[in-house]
Design a protein around this ligand. Structure first.
Ligand SMILES: C[S@@+](CC[C@H](N)C(=O)[O-])C[C@H]1O[C@@H](n2cnc3c(N)ncnc32)[C@H](O)[C@@H]1O
Length: 197
């Protein structure tokens, strides 16, 4: 049995944990790692800070967060060997299978229960999930809300408070053009740029 840590104790970490359990994968999860909720517990396991990783003997760390700077930070600042970091099973670009599956299921429910109307995503980043919404709802208007230039300064400050990871991703590397270029039915898309506060 390989010993595993899961980086990210939010919904992502939980789905990775559940998947390992449900599929009887040969991993013993020792702990979750989270910069915000270190010191707590989840699923009966400790949630620790990145600095605590060194106290564990582990074979693999599953990344379960959207912050794509994490592997590099774990390696550089916390000495985690790159070959122990598995960032493939979870989404960076939010194209993660579990979310897409859930969306497909939602589409089916809309058909079964006759739920109509436009669809929307609030917080779009580079459009990697929006493209699935667009694909699965080809007949519907898709509203996309985002600054399309990253977090506002005040939100960024709030988000990174208490963070041990200095280089918090703030989603600035995107644009409306980039998002639109990923859509199968761009004619359905209405973009609303700007901060929502
Ligand atoms: C985690 S990303 C969204 C990822 C996207 N849903 C996906 O699955 O690919 C969060 C997005 O929310 C946007 N955002 C955060 N705070 C916002 C605000 N106050 N107003 C508008 N957009 C905001 C950011 O610019 C960022 O693109």
């Amino acid at each position: 049995m390989l010993k595993a840590l899961i980086y990210g104790a939010g919904g992502g970490g939980e789905s990775v944990f559940n998947e390992i359990r449900e599929l009887n994968e040969p991993y013993e999860v020792l702990a979750f790692v989270d910069i915000r909720t270190g010191g707590t517990t989840k699923k009966g396991l400790p949630v620790v800070f990145p600095r605590d990783i060194q106290n564990y003997e582990y074979d693999i760390i599953f990344i379960a967060t959207q912050d794509n700077t994490v592997p590099e930070t774990l390696h550089r600042e916390y000495g985690v060997p790159m070959e122990k970091i598995n960032s493939k099973r979870f989404f960076y670009s939010s194209s993660g299978k579990a979310r897409v599956r859930a969306l497909e299921h939602f589409r089916e429910l809309c058909d079964i229960y006759g739920i109509d109307g436009a669809v929307a995503e609030v917080g779009v980043y580079q459009g990697d999930f929006a493209k699935h919404i667009n694909r699965l709802f080809p007949e519907r208007k898709l509203y996309l809300y985002d600054t399309f230039e990253g977090f506002a300064q005040k939100d960024l400050q709030q988000e990174s408070e208490g963070s041990e990871v200095a280089t918090y991703t703030h989603y600035a590397n995107t644009s409306m053009e980039l998002v639109l270029s990923k859509m199968i039915y761009p004619q359905n898309v209405v973009m609303r740029g700007g901060g929502i506060s």
